[in-house]
Design a protein around this ligand. Structure first.
Ligand SMILES: [Zn+2]
Length: 239
């Protein structure tokens, strides 16, 4: 308080102070991880091959920074106002699901970790990819309209995973799929195409989604509807 009112403080000092305050605000987000099933096959693999809760916290932190950069949201006021992100390794989530995220709480199914084929590096890469996807659900805007356009929100989460260099082994190829809002890898590759037309497209789309989903966002950002862009995209890969 005193520094701010001191008349003689050099401008560059005030600038440094502002930077320090910004850094403090960013560091205010804490990352937690809990292995609730340490004795299960997946729980043991999580601890031994993946790297356990300490490594998980580090990945959540790195993923969040990556997402904030991808969404062009450098300051906390731009983002959903969570001050923590928590991962819990659990025994049972929805049948067939690898992980689920609600608000700032991510649940990872221990069974899906147990079922990963491969060595410790494979486990790390696979779980990292899942955590980048789920952490995107924590930080993305517009989930009040998830039911209206789930494929877009899942596509954005896999787009982040793609840009982080962590695509899953079972993903298809760019250009595949039947419709732009099919979700997951199909929509992720389509969004990557849109972003190639106008770098920052996905960040802009995410920002607009704060007000809920509208078909018109594609026209507003790229001058074409999603269906027109999808036709262009399919034509590009049809040769
Ligand atoms: Zn998802």
């Amino acid at each position: 308080m005193k520094m701010a009112s001191a008349p003689a403080a050099p401008v560059h000092l005030l600038f440094l102070l502002a930077l320090a305050l910004a850094a403090t605000a960013a560091a205010a987000v804490t990352f937690e991880a809990i292995n609730a099933v340490p004795d299960s096959a997946g729980g043991q693999r999580f601890d031994q091959d993946f790297g356990g809760v300490e490594y998980a916290k580090q990945v959540l932190s790195e993923a969040s920074s990556f997402i904030w950069t991808t969404f062009n949201e450098p300051s906390p006021e731009d983002r959903p106002g969570y001050d923590s992100v928590t991962l819990t390794l659990v025994d049972n989530i929805q049948p067939g699901a690898v992980a689920v995220t609600s608000g700032n709480a991510i649940q990872l199914g221990a069974q899906s970790v147990a079922e990963i084929n491969g060595d410790a590096d494979t486990v790390k890469e696979a779980v990292n990819g899942v955590l980048y996807h789920e952490a995107t659900h924590v930080w993305q805007w517009g989930l009040q309209d998830y039911g209206k356009k789930s494929g877009l929100f899942e596509g954005i989460a896999d787009y982040v995973r793609l840009k982080a260099g962590l695509p899953a082994g079972n993903w298809g190829q760019p250009g595949e799929g039947n419709q732009w809002d099919q979700g997951y890898d199909v929509t992720a590759y389509f969004l990557d195409y849109c972003d190639s037309l106008k770098p920052g497209f996905v960040a802009e789309m995410n920002g607009k989604l704060k007000d809920g989903y509208s078909d018109d966002y594609f026209v507003q950002i790229l001058g074409k509807s999603a269906d027109e862009l999808w036709s262009d995209y399919k034509a590009k890969y049809s040769s």
